[in-house]
Design a protein around this ligand. Structure first.
Ligand code: GUN
Length: 283
């Protein structure tokens, strides 16, 4: 029998902890504040930004929502970021990705004050993570560590295989698991015999962006399987990078899609914003 890691419940618990702490800390002054910049009208991005705003409301945070049209220039975005950097009432700045093609994402991320980079995308924060210094950690991989810890998964000494090497998930995930003393292997689309590698995993984390790629032949008996993917199938249902129905019986614990990793990202964004608020107010 396998267990399901309930990301919805765990993310709710984290938001409730953040809300309680934010309430206590803002009794005598301002509230934590997250600024979100959305450029263009990508419908999926608009939904994500809306969900971030709702989470701020739930946690008792202020939020500033900056919506800029598709044709906004890079300079205009950079100017807005500079304003938010120097706004003492703003704790977190998030620029929703992807940006329109004429705007260079690297330049935009570099413009954000690392002490307000609650997404953990700025190279200063990425570097701090790599060498084990304090800083903001990308929300999805940070959320996966919370899922594992709150599900009492022992990480130390375990074989962890991360499938995917993106800057936002795969790479920081590998570093975080290393920090927890796992033995970490990173695989990707060019890995020669993916199955042979993933079958070694006690903890298998999949963020490769291919619907239902991982079937039971890829999974060791009793493994913990974390699925970061989210895709819409032909019949409009949601699925992950893992073929849940095929794999579940082989696992000890597995995250569902939806309701696994997904809800954790926003919960960790709220947690990072609260940390920034505490750093900047000394409360
Ligand atoms: N687009 C998709 N996921 C994310 C995220 O976590 N942060 C930002 N800024 N943009 C995204």
């Amino acid at each position: 029998m396998y267990g399901i890691i309930d990301g919805k419940a765990i993310s709710q618990a984290i938001k409730d902890e953040v809300k309680a702490e934010a309430e206590k800390l803002s009794e005598t002054g301002r509230k934590p504040c997250l600024a979100v910049i959305l450029v263009g009208s990508d419908p999926a991005s608009a939904v994500y930004v809306g969900n971030k705003k709702k989470a701020c409301e739930y946690c008792g945070f202020d939020s500033v929502s900056i919506e800029m049209p598709e044709e906004t220039t890079e300079e205009e975005v950079l100017k807005k970021i500079a304003e938010l950097n120097s706004d003492e009432n703003v704790d977190g700045i998030l620029v929703q990705l992807p940006l329109p093609k004429h705007i260079n994402e690297d330049n935009v991320i570099l413009a954000i004050d690392p002490s307000k980079d609650v997404d953990g995308f700025h190279p200063v924060n990425v570097g701090n993570l790599l060498i084990g210094r304090d800083g903001f950690v990308s929300c999805t991989p940070a959320g996966i560590i919370e899922l594992l810890k709150r599900s009492d998964v022992d990480i130390q000494g375990k074989e962890c295989v991360v499938v995917g090497r993106s800057n936002i998930v795969g790479k920081p995930m590998a570093v975080l698991m290393l920090r927890e003393n796992a033995t970490v292997t990173v695989c990707h689309s060019r890995t020669k015999d993916l199955k042979e590698v993933t079958k070694r995993a006690d903890i298998l984390i999949v963020a490769i962006g291919k619907p239902r790629l991982i079937t039971k032949e890829y999974v060791k008996d009793g493994a913990v399987v974390i699925d970061v993917g989210i895709h819409r199938t032909e019949n409009k249902k949601l699925c992950g990078d893992v073929d849940f129905d095929d794999v579940c019986e082989r696992t000890s614990l597995i995250t569902p899609v939806p309701g696994g990793v997904g809800p954790m990202t926003i919960a960790m964004l709220m947690k990072n914003t609260l940390i920034s608020f505490k750093n900047r107010t000394g409360r």
